[in-house]
Design a protein around this ligand. Structure first.
Ligand code: ADP
Ligand code: MG
Length: 729
């Protein structure tokens, strides 16, 4: 048998690292080379247009359509000077990736010729006849109009020959069909709510920004090996494959020397990312073999998220140049660590104060405690919904596995902060602050030592950990659009802050002093949100029991977790903050369930095909080889000796027969389970059926296949094995 696997392994092993020439200039010189950033706006736009656009970007001023043509003209000139011939509205539909449709910068001139054209109208808004994007029934196909509309807060950029314009994607009637539109609304909501609370402390504060610093984990697999694994190609993960004898036990990959071919890839990727204005900073080996991480410096949330989306597509392109494929799936290999995308999240003011960082004075620290406690409140109130925001068919494999937090959201604070909250909660109110003559209130909030900043965390088991000056939401999947999680987090925070302010104002209206009112409400909230605070080992079984007792959401069936979006308290949260309306939430859930079903459906099909075309033929072939050997033995030896000598081979023949039989029955049952599930009309019920009846069947089949891999001759096995996928680079 001509084994394709040996061929690809040989090809993969031959590859040498590409030579990547670092640009002669410093990174600061080519950073943002292909971005129409502030400096370029100033150069290419008339002064008054530049001023007006800056006001839109910095202060959220209304965009005056009268300047659109001038902006478009400046952009086009810059883009063409940099080799762009096309432009596209670049948006983020609910498919998880990004979408684009390129148009050339040309129009008929009305005299039979063509002119180069890019008007303000084309910049600002376009009708995207994209009826095939998931929309959960908001747009019927006959009413396929959806609009993409320019987001001026995220600068346009050039990829190859195309000017990419970040846009939101909404229906004709204004419902969001993407991630960016609700993300922007949630950022606005949290800005308004946080700015109002900030007024208690500093009336100069006019705006609060949300910061996001993501850390992107990924796997690299050699491209030739990848092509010999139909499951990786079609589903992004290995549906079968026995553990390699060595994987991550020795912890020798984590932070180890970066393999040369990978180093060349990272270097190339970083140069391209910097040119696109993505501020890459850190790169390292991750825990699993062939797993790596890249992290930039944090940025404003909407921009950071666009950068993450852009980076994910850049990673895929650059990987191909280096003969790799990048796997963003949360769990490409069973039994070893999967990939996540930690979302470092914090709020800061236009006066330069990081609201999630402790300060130097007691007043600063009171403000810090307000933002800390209200974050805990929002996570507590919506812990089930936050889990729903990071849940997907693919991420479900990672949560609750051995390297990631369980499917329960809790928050880590560390000893010092826990003590601080405890102090505020139990201290006598008179002790907590004393009147101090003209200076007003003296707060007895203990100083938070500087040391604390470096000393936090390293409790890696917490899904939502406080890490010194931010919270780190670690349950987000590596493949996900971060916006999905951040829409919920920002909105929940806005709601908590609104609620906080309302209660404080009520007390003030009754004549209570401001600081005293703040402390009263804080003390109440510290008590209320206690169940969300957990500093222990999130991987332990005891925690699951404890979390149940605390009333935290412990559901782990992905389609049922999605229900949290439609709880009355979630709808109330989204509607009261103006982030999403009920019909949008209903439509989005339809999409979530449908996507879940489709993912499992594709996996089940691939599994069926691979089983019938690869596994069973190979196993049977091997079985015939040894069966032949057995009969030869009987020709050579006399019966009793032959019986003895063939005993092992007969055992293998029997084992192969039994296992292939179970596999065949399994595949039949898998097909039946799918047939039954496919008849269900409700998307929710169908997804639940796929989760409860289809997915477990795949696990059973896989178990048998992995056992076969151990006994079938290596020479015959066609699918690259884990040791090859994970160690060749
Ligand atoms: P880790 O130790 O968790 O691996 P890294 O230092 O690699 O952390 O990455 C942390 C990420 O958090 C970086 O993107 C960093 O810019 C970002 N970050 C740091 N401080 C803040 C903050 N206050 N708010 C949001 N993100 C932050
Ligand atoms: Mg981290």
């Amino acid at each position: 048998m001509n084994n394709f696997r040996f061929h690809v392994v040989a090809e993969a092993s031959k590859k040498a690292p590409l030579k990547i020439v670092t640009p002669k200039e410093r990174p600061s010189a080519y950073f943002g080379k292909y971005v129409f950033n502030r400096a370029k706006m100033q150069k290419y736009l008339p002064e008054n247009v530049f001023q007006q656009l800056s006001d839109v970007i910095d202060n959220g001023a209304h965009f005056n359509r009268a300047i659109a043509d001038a902006v478009a003209t400046g952009m086009k000139q810059w883009a063409q000077e940099n080799g762009a011939t096309h432009y596209t509205h670049w948006f983020q539909p609910l498919t998880e990736g990004t979408a684009e449709k390129h148009d050339a910068f040309v129009e008929f001139d009305g005299k039979g010729g063509m002119i180069e054209e890019f008007s303000g109208k084309l910049l600002i808004q376009q009708e995207a006849d994209s009826s095939s994007f998931p929309n959960g029934g908001i747009r019927n196909t006959f009413e396929a109009r959806g609009y993409s509309a320019w987001d001026p807060t995220s600068p346009v950029f050039i990829v190859d020959d195309t000017l990419c314009i970040p846009t939101i994607f909404i229906s004709y009637t204004g419902e969001a069909l993407d991630y960016k539109a609700p993300l922007l609304r949630s950022l606005h909501a949290v800005d308004v709510a946080a700015t109002a609370v900030c007024q208690y402390f500093d009336t100069q504060i006019k705006k609060v920004h949300t910061n996001l610093g993501w850390e992107q984990e990924y796997f690299l697999v050699d491209e030739d090996l990848y092509h010999a694994r139909p499951d990786l190609m079609l589903t992004g993960r290995t549906l079968m494959g026995h553990d390699a004898a060595k994987n991550q036990q020795m912890d020798d990959h984590y932070l180890g020397t970066i393999p040369e071919r990978v180093q060349a890839y990272m270097k190339d990727l970083e140069i391209r990312a910097l040119e696109l204005g993505i501020p890459c900073k850190t790169r390292h080996n991750e825990v699993a073999p062939n797993q790596f991480e890249l992290a930039p410096i944090f940025e404003e949330c909407n921009l950071a998220n666009d950068h993450n989306m852009l980076l994910m597509s850049l990673m895929k392109r650059v990987a191909r140049k280096h003969g790799f494929r990048v796997l963003l799936h949360e769990k490409p290999f069973a039994g070893i660590n999967g990939s996540g995308k930690h979302n470092n999240w914090s709020l800061s003011t236009d006066t330069g104060v990081l609201l999630h960082a402790p300060g130097k004075t007691a007043e600063d620290n009171l403000r810090f405690v307000v933002f800390l406690v209200e974050t805990l409140m929002c996570v507590y109130r919506h812990n089930g919904l936050l889990k729903a925001s990071i849940m997907s068919a693919t991420n479900a494999h990672r949560l609750g596995a051995n390297e990631a937090p369980p499917a329960i959201i809790s928050s880590f604070l560390g000893k010092q902060l826990s003590d601080l909250l405890h102090h505020i909660e139990v201290a006598d109110k008179d002790d907590l602050f004393t009147l101090n003559g003209k200076q007003g209130m003296m707060l007895d909030i203990p100083e938070i030592p500087e040391l604390f900043l470096d000393n936090t965390d390293r409790n890696r088991t917490s899904p939502f950990a406080f890490t010194g000056n931010r919270f780190e939401f670690r349950a987000v999947g590596s493949e996900a659009n971060c916006a999905c999680a951040l829409i919920v987090l920002n909105t929940a925070m806005a709601e908590a802050l609104n609620d906080f302010k309302q209660r404080v104002d009520e007390l003030i209206a009754k004549g209570e002093d401001k600081t005293s009112a703040i402390i009263d409400v804080l003390r109440k909230d510290i008590k209320t949100c206690k169940p969300i605070h957990f500093d222990g080992n999130g991987y332990s079984d005891e925690w699951v029991e404890e979390a149940k007792r605390r009333g935290l959401d412990c559901e782990n069936s992905c389609p049922i977790v999605f229900d949290r979006y439609l709880d009355e308290q979630s709808i109330e949260m989204f509607e009261s903050t103006g982030v999403m309306a009920r019909n949008e939430l209903v439509a989005r859930n339809e999409v979530k369930w449908e996507m879940y079903t489709k993912k499992i459906q594709i996996e089940a099909r691939v599994m069926g095909d691979l089983t019938m075309n690869h596994i069973i033929p190979v196993a049977t072939h091997y079985q015939s080889q040894i069966a032949e050997n057995v009969s030869h033995m009987f020709n050579i030896f006399e019966r009793t000796e032959a019986e003895k000598l063939t005993c092992r081979n007969k055992k293998i023949i029997r084992e192969i027969a039994e296992r292939t039989q179970r596999i065949e029955t399994g595949v039949e049952e898998l097909i039946n389970a799918r047939k039954i599930a496919n008849k269900i009309t409700s998307e929710r019920d169908k997804a639940i059926a796929y989760h409860d009846t289809v997915a477990p069947k795949m696990e059973e089949i896989r178990y048998q296949i992995d056992k076969l891999e151990l006994i079938v001759s290596d020479e015959l096995w066609t699918l690259p094995k884990y040791r090859e996928l994970l160690f060749i680079r």
